[in-house]
Write a protein that binds this ligand. Structure first.
Ligand SMILES: NC(=O)c1ccc[n+]([C@@H]2O[C@H](COP(=O)([O-])OP(=O)(O)OC[C@H]3O[C@@H](n4cnc5c(N)ncnc54)[C@H](O)[C@@H]3O)[C@@H](O)[C@H]2O)c1
Length: 344
């Protein structure tokens, strides 16, 4: 199969691309190498992908319509996967424009181009953040998700809505995935695991928000990728409708569905900190801070729809996944530390 994937220099796009290449597929990767975090890590991911002859990399921004159009046309892809975005919850307070252009204009360009590209399946990365501070857990895809707490979440929800209208009008089968705190090797330097490991090793304090009372449904990267690989062949169509109407989100108007990718096993932030300490064999200096503007108290996925569609749900235990990250970090440490000075 041929895949066109945006955001392949990023954490999740890199992992999916590598898995597909290992499975013998062809991948064209598209990434603008944005400077949100140190691009050296992005270059390192690109270099790892470039070892596969079936990988081709296009470096351009989603907002560059002509470049995106040319890249999609030359890829002749069966499946398009759209990960490239301005990610991160807190940065959306600092620089909302980056979210406006990448996540709204950029995603709209993807929709416009996909409608004429004849792809069998368009896959889009959305987020658990769209559930905001919903009090009812676990979060089901059928729950309301129209009270986003951050502009990041608002742009992702908007992408889902734009995609539904395009799926209705142009019939491109489209699935939007709501990811829950993805972590693992090659992870993002702006996320807690990376920052905690780095600071503990440097004997610096770690900042624990919400006085440690928040919880997150952590998803290990390999589990996420496995779910994505399985879902790529579950085309949203009436033939694939799940009979349990309480969980099915397949639209009655369009070949469009949203699916959570999360295991439904939330952990408290303090358990997370202890797990990192254990993996490093070193205690953290803890700096307890209040919740930050826009933080949600918890995330908790219902995996029922994912299981109904694929027979699979993320299962990797937090201690196993954190250990894998720490092993990778220690291995890549000297390279990373030299190259990641001044990361966010
Ligand atoms: N990591 C998580 O826990 C998580 C959780 C929920 C949702 N998501 C979503 O998953 C997707 C991938 O996230 P990630 O963690 O790999 O993030 P990432 O920042 O590591 O990767 C995103 C990539 O997109 C590229 N990019 C950003 N804006 C671009 C633009 N306008 N044009 C071209 N390229 C651009 C960046 O250079 C980067 O390499 C994102 O859509 C993100 O919102 C991630």
């Amino acid at each position: 199969m041929r895949y066109f994937i945006t955001g392949t220099a990023g954490f999740i796009g890199f992992h999916l691309a590598r898995r597909l290449l290992q499975d013998g597929h062809e991948v064209v990767g598209f990434d603008g190498m944005t400077p949100y975090y140190n691009i050296t890590l992005k270059h390192m991911r690109n270099a790892a992908l470039a070892q596969f002859p079936a990988f081709r990399q296009v470096m351009a921004m989603l907002e560059d319509r002509n470049a995106l159009e040319d890249a999609v046309a030359s890829a002749k892809a069966d499946v398009m996967v759209h990960f490239a975005a301005q990610a991160g919850v807190r940065y959306s307070l600092e620089n909302p424009r980056a979210y406006l252009t990448s996540n709204l204009e950029g995603s709209w360009n993807i929709l416009e181009i996909a409608k004429d590209a004849g792809v069998k399946h368009l896959m889009l990365a959305s987020t658990s953040s769209i559930y905001g501070a919903n009090p009812t857990v676990p979060f089901r895809e059928t729950d309301r998700s129209d009270e986003p707490l951050t502009f990041y979440a608002a742009t992702k929800k908007s992408m889902e809505l734009m995609a539904h209208s395009y799926a209705h009008l142009h019939k491109t089968p489209t699935t939007a995935f709501r990811f829950f705190t993805v972590y693992g090797p090659w992870g993002r330097p702006d996320m807690a695991l990376f920052k905690f490991v780095k600071n503990i090793l440097e004997d610096q304090p770690i900042e624990i928000y919400g006085e440690g009372k928040m919880s997150r449904d952590f998803t290990y990267i390999d589990d996420l990728v496995e779910a994505l690989v399985r879902l790529s062949s579950v085309i949203p169509s009436e033939a694939n409708r799940v009979s349990d109407e309480r969980i099915e989100t397949l639209s009655h108007q369009a070949p469009f569905r949203v699916v959570n990718i999360g295991g439904g096993q939330p952990e408290s932030l303090m358990t997370f900190v202890e797990t990192v300490e254990k993996a490093l064999g070193q205690p953290a200096k803890r700096k307890m801070l209040p919740m930050q503007k826009g933080d949600v108290p918890r995330t908790f996925a219902s995996p029922d729809l994912l299981v109904a569609l694929t027979g699979y749900k993320p299962e990797t235990k937090l201690d196993v996944g954190v250990k894998a990250f720490v092993d990778w970090y220690l291995d890549a440490r000297s390279d990373l530390e030299r190259q990641l000075e001044g990361v966010r």
